[in-house]
Design a protein around this ligand. Structure first.
Ligand SMILES: Nc1ncnc2c1ncn2[C@@H]1O[C@H](COP(=O)(O)OP(=O)(O)O)[C@@H](O)[C@H]1O
Ligand SMILES: [Mg+2]
Length: 358
């Protein structure tokens, strides 16, 4: 186990920017995720940690050891590649044992360690199968076993679930988390899937265009996104513009385009300095916090006309036009009649659920 530090790391490919000024400290034993859309620099950052790319600037350390210029085989990291990169002509056992043979571990120990790891990832009895005789999920577990068998200090996973179908993805997500908790291994996980990131990680680094947007726990980045990009990338949200029309103590009143006034945005919810009257701000309001109201007027109640309703069994989702703005809401089905397109509706936006988003 080891902590990992990236100290103001940059990677440029010729003139093209790969990643810029990544500055993070990942704790020993932490499950840390790089999250962001395709092309934002997740793989580039992971490859620098593995030693497949060297930074243009900056330093990388494992614990107190500097590894910035060390080649991959001197770093004791185990990596699972997005396409697994297994040896198709070799058996499961040969694939898993390969890393140990390269490290000149004797035959008896190699066999013992490979069998132990096969048991850990639930591949017992599959040792003699060829890779092309395995399902996608089994291949994924071979890739994981191959990374773990060398007993790495740091496990690096690059979109390890992207080739699996939805159901298997969820099961495997749980398996990876179980292994990580059992082994207590420092794990860096790359994904573009926010649900995967939220459900597995201790902390998440959200990236866009090679730049770090926010680092925090799933709870922090969900409830306190630092900007519009993070707010809309992590889960669904309503982004509403409004004008600050009053400040009372710690609480800010905001008028939205429809004329409704929302109160209760916390002054200290802004990562900027204090908000001032008259300025335009963006608020983030999560659909699950907006609730159907029995009234159409009142404190933090907005009214509008239902544009679309979805009944999923467990939930009732509305898209409502409030003036010219859409408001998405999502409620647990409590057995009330479901409103239809064109019906008028009142929606309550609890003040604790209004966040500043820029
Ligand atoms: N070997 C390379 N040569 C040139 N550009 C690269 C190379 N690897 C990555 N890039 C560029 O760096 C950026 C980040 O890529 P990448 O780290 O693969 O993104 P992600 O894994 O988040 O999808 C992209 O613009 C990509 O085109
Ligand atoms: Mg990638």
């Amino acid at each position: 186990m080891s902590s990992v530090t990236l100290d103001h790391v940059y990677k440029r490919f010729g003139n093209a920017k790969g990643v810029e000024d990544v500055h993070i400290h990942i704790e020993s034993g932490e499950f840390f995720t790089f999250l962001g859309p395709s092309g934002c620099g997740k793989t580039t950052t992971l490859r620098m940690i593995a030693g497949f790319y060297f930074p243009t600037e900056g330093q990388i350390r494992f614990g107190s050891q500097e590894v910035t210029a060390l080649p991959p085989h001197k770093r004791n990291t185990g990596m699972v590649f997005q396409n697994y990169a297994l040896f198709p002509h070799m058996t499961v056992f040969e694939n898993i044992a390969f890393g140990l043979q390269v490290r000149k571990i004797n035959k008896t120990d190699t066999k013992e360690r490979a069998l132990r790891i096969m048991k850990l990832v639930r591949l017992e009895g599959y040792g003699d199968r060829r890779i092309d005789q395995l399902s996608g999920g089994q291949q994924q577990r071979v890739a994981l076993a191959r990374a773990l068998v060398i007993e790495p200090q740091i496990l690096l996973l690059d979109e390890p679930l992207s080739n699996l179908d939805a159901k298997l993805r969820e099961e495997t997500r749980f398996e990876i988390k179980r292994l990580q908790l059992e082994l207590g291994i420092t794990t860096i996980y790359v994904t573009h899937d926010q649900a995967e990131a939220m459900s597995m990680s201790d902390r998440i680094m959200v990236m866009q265009s090679g730049e770090v947007q926010q680092i925090g726990t799933p709870h922090e980045i969900y409830h306190h996104p630092v900007n519009r990009f993070v707010a809309s990338f992590i889960g669904e949200t309503n982004l509403w513009e409004g004008t600050v029309v009053g400040i009372e103590g710690d609480e800010v009143k905001v008028r939205i385009a429809s004329g409704h006034v929302l109160s209760g945005l916390k002054q200290n919810a802004s990562p900027r300095a204090r908000l001032t009257e008259g300025e335009t701000i963006t608020m983030s309001i999560r659909p699950e916090s907006v609730q159907e109201s029995t009234v159409t007027e009142g404190a933090n109640v907005v009214s509008g006309s239902v544009e679309m309703s979805e009944f999923t069994g467990a939930c009732v989702n509305y898209t409502t036009m409030v003036g010219q703005e859409q408001l998405r809401s999502m409620s647990i089905n409590l057995g009330r009649p479901v409103k239809q397109r064109g019906d008028s509706i009142g929606l309550h936006i609890p003040k604790e659920s209004i966040y500043f988003a820029g």
